[in-house]
Design a protein around this ligand. Structure first.
Ligand SMILES: Nc1ncnc2c1ncn2[C@@H]1O[C@H](COP(=O)(O)OP(=O)(O)OP(=O)(O)O)[C@@H](O)[C@H]1O
Ligand SMILES: [Mg+2]
Length: 456
């Protein structure tokens, strides 16, 4: 450690303090000594930070347990080491329970104290590093928030702002992985209901009876096995928001029941007589076009209109390519912080490949791929090599669209297609290809390494 450790030592025996000082000063420690607890506590509260406190438990004025408590009131990260009488295992245990980091039985070997302090310092700096990392994660722009600059996402943001403090039911539509739950959470946590629960339930994952008892709860004896009353999610979310995910998969029977609660804002627990009134905001999500289900007759029209008071549609990622670099940057920072790696960016080739990919799994798929790349890479920049094959392999439609709309192709794709066709014409002979392309062999090798050239 570069900075000296600041240590307060408290003991009423002057010889003890001398031993502590002598054994710690050569270890890059600044030791301040106190013969009573009151003076040490005043010093702790002075605002000048302290790393470690070493205190005797038996002090003339206040006991050592109080010192532990006072030190932690000032700063929870001060490590306290207590000195105990050799025979008193009990007080050592009590001290640890009160939050001391370690204890040293008296009489002690001066070396022992240096070892315990060194270990405390190491553990403490790890703890602080962790806290720091967590803070950085929380402070990340958009952490837990929604990243996006495309017109479509800006519209989503403006909808969230408009609806968050109303009680209108929101229907969020979009393919799997586009961020529906993220938007639902943003509405809840941005609203005046944020201090109350946000409860999510996946309606598609539960059979009818279970979904019903989960949502509405039941009275004791409502059915075999109902041994006591259970509150449902409508009640649990009181004052907050209930997120009904995959609402399109609700059965006709449950659709009727849901419609009733949405209309009347009250319901009865299963097997109950009492009407329970609910104050909740309902946010529903679906990855199917509910309107189509209505037209097909599988989803009730009246329920559809009840849910679709405020529709928010999140387009698939492939339709908002300009969000990709922003999301990539966000996930690169997120995972490199999380994995304590120093990866700051992704190179142009890799970014181009990501921009062009079809992203059927949307943002979730992109997030997983970046997490994987950060795990795999040993470099400080992510390159095409760190991406999975399905992304590196050029889309078969690329050549087709290049021929059909030559003006729409990017320089990156044009280069890669040209290299591919020259390579093909010389049966993959790289020296010949390099000569034909007018570049040296090593340049061609580099290009081939950074982009996967299709030979077909
Ligand atoms: N715009 C965004 N900015 C940052 N992270 C995002 C964004 N969109 C989605 N994500 C992340 O992608 C993952 C999937 O998002 P989410 O669970 O909200 O999707 P979903 O639409 O509910 O998917 P599904 O239909 O499969 O349940 C989450 O980890 C989420 O944090
Ligand atoms: Mg979801």
């Amino acid at each position: 450690m570069d900075r000296p450790l600041k240590i307060l030592a408290i003991d009423d025996e002057a010889t003890m303090l001398k031993i502590i000082r002598r054994s710690l000063e050569p270890e890059n420690c600044l030791v301040e000594t106190f013969s009573n607890a009151s003076d040490a506590i005043t010093r702790l509260r002075s605002g000048d930070p302290v790393d470690i406190v070493i205190t005797d438990l038996m002090l003339p004025d206040i006991d050592g347990f109080k010192v532990i408590e006072e030190a932690h009131k000032v700063d929870r990260n001060i490590f306290v080491i207590v000195i105990t009488a050799y025979s008193s295992v009990e007080s050592a245990v009590k001290a640890i329970r009160s939050g001391a980091y370690d204890f040293i039985p008296k009489p002690f070997d001066p070396e022992h104290i240096a070892i315990v302090v060194r270990r405390a310092a190491e553990t403490r700096s790890l703890k602080l590093e962790n806290i720091d990392l967590k803070k950085q994660l929380e402070a990340l722009p958009g952490s837990g928030e929604i990243i996006g600059a495309s017109l479509a996402m800006r519209q989503v943001f403006s909808m969230i702002e408009k609806v968050k403090n109303t009680d209108g039911t929101v229907l969020i539509m979009g393919e799997s992985g586009v961020g529906k739950e993220l938007v639902a959470r943003a509405i809840h946590y941005g609203s005046t209901r944020s201090q109350r629960p946000f409860i999510a339930i996946n309606c598609g994952a539960l059979p009818d009876e279970l979904l019903e008892s989960e949502l509405f709860g039941y009275e004791k004896g409502a059915f075999t096995g109902a041994v006591s009353r259970k509150t449902g999610l409508f009640e649990a979310a009181a004052g907050g928001s209930l997120f009904l995910d995959e609402v399109s998969s609700i059965s006709p029977m449950m659709q009727v029941k849901l419609l009733r609660v949405l209309q009347e804002r009250c319901f009865m627990r299963l097997g109950g007589q009492e009407t329970v009134t609910v104050d909740i905001r309902v946010i529903a999500a679906t990855n199917e076009y509910l309107k189509e289900a209505v037209d097909k007759g599988t989803f009730r029209k009246d329920l559809y209109y009840r849910l679709n008071v405020i529709p928010i549609e999140i387009p698939p990622l492939r339709e908002r390519q300009e969000d990709i670099p922003l999301l990539v940057r966000h996930f690169v920072r997120k995972f490199s912080l999380k994995m304590a790696k120093d990866i700051s960016r992704i190179n142009k080739d890799a970014e181009e490949l990501l921009k062009r990919y079809k992203w059927e799994g949307n943002v979730r798929e992109l997030e997983n791929i970046i997490e994987r790349a950060i795990t795999m890479t040993d470099d400080d920049v992510i390159s095409a090599d760190d991406l999975p094959d399905e992304i590196k392999i050029a889309s078969p439609s690329l050549l087709e669209s290049a021929t059909a709309h030559p003006t729409n192709i990017t320089l990156f794709d044009l280069e890669r297609l040209h290299i591919a066709s020259v390579l093909k014409s010389v049966n993959g002979n790289k020296s010949k290809a390099a000569r034909l392309l007018g570049i040296d062999y090593s340049t061609l090798r580099r290009k081939l390494n950074s982009i996967d050239i299709p030979l077909e």
